[in-house]
Design a protein around this ligand. Structure first.
Ligand code: GLP
Length: 235
């Protein structure tokens, strides 16, 4: 595990973008696992800049996002589909057919989950997975549980996650109560992982996850078992 303390959010964003950019330079047809939330926005901004000035080419890249709310259409501004297009995909030369976000409004959610697992296999697995961390230690939408979910599945969000995400909505009632998410097993299969955390309020959970016992009560703690993990954080 490599742990990097960034000077501030801008530095964290630059370092994260540098690692993602290096991955694309090394392997132009990389499969990137991407995350939503406020933490990766700055890194996406850097990548857009580097794409537009010709330093980084997304034309052969494939992306697989971690999660999506259940019940929101792709056009809903609160959906992760929308978020990813706004914050990255619409501004880089990625093929629209190479962009994948789990479907949040599929009639048969179990089939949607199975299809997503198959998709990840079909593209050859994820080369580099970017992750944020929730205040309760969740990664993607894998909430504290009594086991580590192996595969893409539908989850009921915890009250603490609904509270944390309410800032993006007019009212708490509007926050979806469930989501589709890659499982912990899906995430752990990525060949390399970058975990980013920004802000003093994330330090305690980060310490617990990285140096405490590995337990499904703190889903991110499983990352201690990954053999290519880079953690970048700032206070
Ligand atoms: C949401 C996402 C997670 C993300 C977390 C933290 O719950 N599903 O993937 O890591 O928020 O978000 P932020 O970076 O805004 O703190």
């Amino acid at each position: 595990m490599t742990i990097i303390e960034a000077k501030n959010y801008e530095d964290l964003s630059m370092k994260t973008a540098a690692l993602i950019g290096a991955q694309i330079l090394k392997r132009p047809n990389s499969v990137l696992g991407l995350a939503t939330g406020s933490s990766p926005v700055g890194a996406y901004r850097e990548l857009i800049k580097w794409n537009q000035n010709g330093s980084i080419d997304f034309s052969k890249v494939t992306t697989i996002n971690l999660d999506e709310y259940v019940g929101l259409s792709t056009e809903n501004p609160q959906s992760y589909h929308y978020f990813m297009h706004e914050n990255l995909f619409n501004h880089v030369n990625i093929r629209k057919s190479a962009v994948h976000v789990p479907p949040g409004s599929d009639y048969d959610m179990q089939k949607a989950c199975d299809d997503y697992e198959k998709l990840i296999e079909d593209v050859g697995g994820i080369d580099l997975q970017l992750l944020g961390i929730g205040l309760n230690g969740h990664i993607a939408f894998n909430e504290p549980d009594d086991h580590f979910p192996p595969k893409t599945h539908v989850v009921k969000l915890t009250e603490s996650t609904i509270d944390a995400n309410a800032r993006f909505y007019n009212s708490r009632d509007e926050v979806p109560k469930s989501a589709i998410t890659m499982g912990i097993g899906t995430i752990m299969k990525a060949r390399s992982i970058i975990l980013i955390a920004s802000g003093a309020n994330k330090i305690k959970i980060l310490e617990e996850a990285l140096s405490g016992p590995v337990t499904p009560q703190i889903p991110a703690s499983v990352l201690q078992y990954h053999n290519d993990l880079t953690v970048i954080y700032c206070k």
